[in-house]
Design a protein. Structure first.
Lengths: 424, 83
């Protein structure tokens, strides 16, 4: 028999808040985490703003030993471990470095690429003929599964430990992979999440593609404008989100605090056909992904109260809204509230899905819809599809039972998950 | 440099990597890096690099293979310094 899956722990390292309580306040208050970065200007970036979480050296030392921090230069692993350990503790689970291996718990922690700055350091030494002087940690900091290796060691996890990677879908996909593993009875608990490095070496390729905004270098907090008529590209972000998924039986047995239930979801690909390309989505596949997510969750389109969209602030936002209206058969005043967390934190790339899943769960748990900032001028194509009241620019206290979260990524990949309020 | 000075310098270099405080406190020429100090064997390369930087010498792969305890480290460093 398949297991019901619930969420019992959250952790987040976001540009506008490190830790669940700071992040919750930022969501409620519409606090932007976007700022100007001189380094980007010095390197001649068109887009000189971005979202970087504020992690002090003192905070680092709470999670890493001095030895682990020697030669450490992988911001994604840093964010991932903080979020992962926080989620673990938030779920009321213990950390005992001399304890037994926990074979019932696994880890799926995604990323796009790992330790780009460490990789850069290594390449300079290597091209200088100095491969012998790289030191011992280049491999573990730059391998994609580096974050999973660090985290599983901190927690002593013994079920499946791996890293997934599907561009900006990564975080939502990792959650669904962990969900499947618990549902099928192969694990009792899965720590899922994703992380992304910050800085020029991870963001440069996007700047070169001219998909990031260059119009807000003097007004960083106004730069990320999903669904707005004046949206001019995304603002890059970074960070990590983490969630402890657990079978309902296990959560009830140990009296854990339950944030929400994962009803189900879907991942698919548009095959880069019918309008889909390496960088653009096939609309039919997006709609199919949403419809199948509903089917697998055993609910109907009318049950959705709030959508946390992908919505990056590029020209594709209107297409996304169109896909939602078609997939759900709901438009204008009948459309659910919609929510673009990226207006506050930018596009956190591989970590976006996880940070936004955490944002979705917080809104569900605390029964509010976070404000969409920088969207006073709703795009005309969107206003023609859905009523402007469904894109709140101020916080709304609202009865939320079901929230849908979707993420879409390069390679024409899609993921959609449905969360339901859990009332014991 | 006499032996005491050399041990003191080595101790400072090794300190960040040790996992057994007690063995480190009682460090002598016979102390083994992995068996006694419980240093992760992957970190031995980092210790080699730190030694190179501290003494401005270059250690080859076969020096590294021999450098398993304090005594051998002292011998190798001394022979390089005397070259």
């Amino acid at each position: 028999m398949s297991k019901r899956v619930v969420i019992t722990g959250l952790g987040v390292v976001a540009p506008n808040g490190v830790g669940v309580s700071e992040f919750t306040d930022a969501l409620k208050n519409g606090t932007s985490g976007i700022s100007f970065h001189q380094e980007l200007k010095d390197l001649n970036f068109s887009c000189q703003i971005g979202g970087i979480p504020k992690v002090t050296d003192d905070l680092k030392s709470e999670y890493f030993t001095d030895l682990q921090l020697r030669g450490f230069n992988s911001s994604g692993i840093l964010y991932g471990c903080i979020a992962g350990v926080d989620a673990w503790k938030d779920a009321g689970l213990q950390i005992d470095s001399n304890g037994d291996v926990d074979y019932e718990t696994g880890l799926i922690f995604g990323t796009g690429t790992s330790g780009v700055e460490k990789f850069r350091e290594a390449i300079y030494k290597l091209d200088d003929g100095n491969v012998r002087r790289l030191g011992s940690t280049v491999v573990i900091q730059t391998m994609a599964s580096g974050v999973s290796a660090y985290l599983s060691g901190m927690l002593g996890l013994g079920n499946q430990v791996t890293t997934n990677s599907s561009a900006c879908t990564t975080g939502t996909e990792s959650l669904l992979m962990g969900y499947d593993r618990i549902k099928s009875g192969k694990a009792k608990r899965m720590l899922v999440g994703s992380c992304s490095d910050h800085g020029p070496y991870i963001w440069g390729g996007f700047d070169a593609m001219r998909v990031m905004t260059y119009k807000h270098n003097d007004s960083p907090e106004e730069g990320s404008r999903p669904m707005s008529a004046s949206a001019s590209g995304f603002v890059p972000g970074s960070g990590a989100g983490a969630l402890v998924l657990e079978s309902l039986d296990s959560a009830l047995e140990r009296g854990a605090h339950i944030y929400a239930e994962v009803l189900g979801g879907e991942v698919n690909s548009g095959g880069q056909r019918q309008g889909g390309t390496l960088t653009a989505p096939n609309p039919e596949a997006v709609q199919r992904c949403i419809k199948n997510a509903l089917k697998h969750s055993g609910i109907t389109a009318k049950d959705i109260d709030v959508i946390n969209g992908h919505l990056t602030a590029t020209s594709k936002d209107a297409l996304e809204i169109e896909n939602w209206t078609k997939a759900l058969g709901r438009q204008h005043k009948d459309f659910p509230y919609i929510n673009a967390t990226k207006s506050l934190i930018g596009h956190c790339l591989a970590s976006a899905g996880s940070i936004e899943c955490v944002a979705s769960i917080i809104q569900l748990k605390e029964q509010f819809v976070a404000p969409n900032i920088n969207c006073e001028d709703l795009h005309e194509d969107i206003a023609n599809l859905i009523d402007s009241s469904k894109v709140p620019t101020q916080i709304i206290e609202h009865d939320i039972d079901v929230i849908a979260k979707a993420s879409f990524g390069f390679g024409d990949v899609n993921a959609c998950v449905l969360f339901k309020r859990f009332i014991a | 440099m006499n032996n005491d000075e050399l041990i003191t310098k080595l101790k400072t270099i090794i300190a960040p990597y040790i996992q057994d405080e007690e063995a480190f406190k009682n460090l002598s020429e016979d102390t083994d890096f992995v068996k006694d100090l419980k240093i992760n064997s992957a970190n031995l390369v980092d210790i080699i690099l730190d030694i190179e930087d501290e003494f401005d010498i270059r250690l080859e792969n076969d020096d590294m293979e021999k450098m398993l305890d304090v005594k051998s480290a002292m011998a190798i460093v001394t022979s390089k310094l005397n070259k």
